[in-house]
Design a protein around this ligand. Structure first.
Ligand code: FEO
Length: 425
């Protein structure tokens, strides 16, 4: 019995032994990791993932694009061997050097020693760190936008797309086939042996979830990458995780653009800056400080101030607010020598957004030692925020005089915010 081509492809993927053709002379030679439930410690992978690697046959040699996580090497090599001889491999392109894509690289280099490596400039130190010892003798070529490598009747053009997801990342584009090998960009953790976006299950959640955790902190870089990708004739996007996007691939470009363009509430004027004050209070003292800081900040025109009590324990919606804000203050009492958990919960959720250069500050009432304010300030600096004013610590109940100091603190924060904007203009 002859199976329909689509069914045969699923069988080839599931067999762990066969390459799958995605275009003429272009093959998927990756691996399925259906059992994975956590990736890079921080991501849930309810559907597992795939490590996608590709093989391109040209009239003048074969290119391998990325490899797989080390413990999936056997599957990768079996698929590779089903369509090519190691002696024909002339080019190895590494779009991204994280170990989930370079685990099989040392063995591939051993089996195809004549192949030349093509990496981005920023990947050099990572490559040396990955392949030590022996890194001194490495033979590789660094490439960037505008560079390409010929395989005879077809060639791979490189696109410099740093920080998506590491500083080393690049994309490679196969001409004339219109296939973008996009590395982590446009990927998702979704394991389905049907492999192609028009055949797998509904992976929209996984696509957006992956964006939120991997790409979101680098929106500015992503918008730059989109500018490079936009003019390409895109027949397929072949990412390094999840489904191959062959059906209307531009939809995924649009989705990334939609998720990456900064949004400003229509209620906030274009020339207004936003300051958000988060606080939590055990006996009302830190709350009183927050109210006084709020009053002081509101004296400054052109700054829209918002006050939020963290008592409810919300985190997710506040991450969005903080990403859009110009300045953020955190108020916490000190309990057992520490800031309190709802504050840390929020602060520890901010790694997914870019806070570089935003203004930050801290305040809080304390009973004995008052460490919370300094701890929060350290965290804000660690998130690359600017902390221009030393935070306010008040022992127990603030006096009227101390509340005045809080008001002054709020006013100065707002002034700093306005001053900075004026300087930028
Ligand atoms: Fe899939 Fe950033 O590695």
């Amino acid at each position: 019995m002859t199976l329909p081509a689509a069914d045969q492809q699923s069988i080839d993927v599931a067999s762990h032994r066969h390459a799958v053709a995605i275009a003429e002379g272009v093959y998927w030679i990756g691996a399925l990791d259906a059992a994975l439930r956590r990736f890079d410690i921080i991501l849930s992978t309810a559907n597992g993932t795939t490590y996608n690697a590709y093989l391109v046959k040209g009239s003048d040699g074969v290119a391998i694009i990325d490899t797989v996580k080390e413990n999936f090497s056997e599957e990768f090599f079996a698929r590779l061997e089903s369509v090519c001889d190691y002696r024909d491999i002339r080019v190895i392109v590494l779009n991204h050097l994280e170990p989930d894509h370079t685990g099989a690289l040392p063995e591939l280099m051993r089996r195809a020693p004549q192949a030349k490596l093509y990496i981005s400039r920023r990947a050099t130190s990572m490559l040396k760190a990955l392949l030590k010892p022996g890194a001194e003798q490495l033979d590789y070529t660094t490439v960037t936008s505008g560079d390409s490598v010929s395989l005879g009747d077809r060639h791979l053009r490189f696109l410099h797309t740093p920080f998506l997801h590491w500083p080393d990342t690049q994309c490679s584009y196969l001409e004339p086939h219109g296939i973008l090998f996009s590395g982590d960009i446009f990927g998702c953790h979704y394991c389905d042996r049907r492999l192609f976006n028009d055949r797998v299950g509904d992976f929209r959640f996984s696509f957006d979830y992956y964006y939120a955790h991997i790409m979101r902190p680098f929106k500015a870089h992503l918008l730059e990458a989109i500018k490079l990708i936009e003019p390409l004739q895109l027949k397929q996007i072949a990412p390094s995780h999840g489904p191959i996007l062959r059906d209307r691939p531009r939809r995924y470009l649009s989705r990334y653009r939609e998720l990456s363009i900064p949004t400003l509430s229509p209620d906030i004027g274009q020339r207004e800056l936003t300051l958000i004050i988060f606080y939590i209070s055990a006996y009302g003292n830190t709350a009183a400080m927050a109210a006084a800081i709020n009053a002081g900040a509101e004296e400054q025109s052109g700054v829209r101030v918002s006050l939020y009590d963290l008592e409810g324990g919300e985190v997710e919606p506040f991450v969005d607010l903080i990403e859009a804000a110009d300045a953020v203050l955190f108020g916490s009492p000190t309990i057992n020598g520490d800031a309190v958990k709802p504050v840390w919960d929020l602060l520890s959720s901010l790694a997914v957004v870019n806070l570089q250069g935003k203004l930050g500050g801290a305040f809080g009432s304390y009973g004995w030692s008052g460490e919370a304010v300094r701890m929060i300030e350290d965290r804000l600096r660690g998130l690359k925020m600017r902390v221009p004013l030393e935070g306010i610590r008040i022992k127990l109940i603030p006096t009227l005089h101390e509340l005045k100091s809080c008001q002054t603190f709020g006013r100065e924060i707002a002034n700093d915010l306005r001053g900075r904007q004026a300087a930028m203009i």
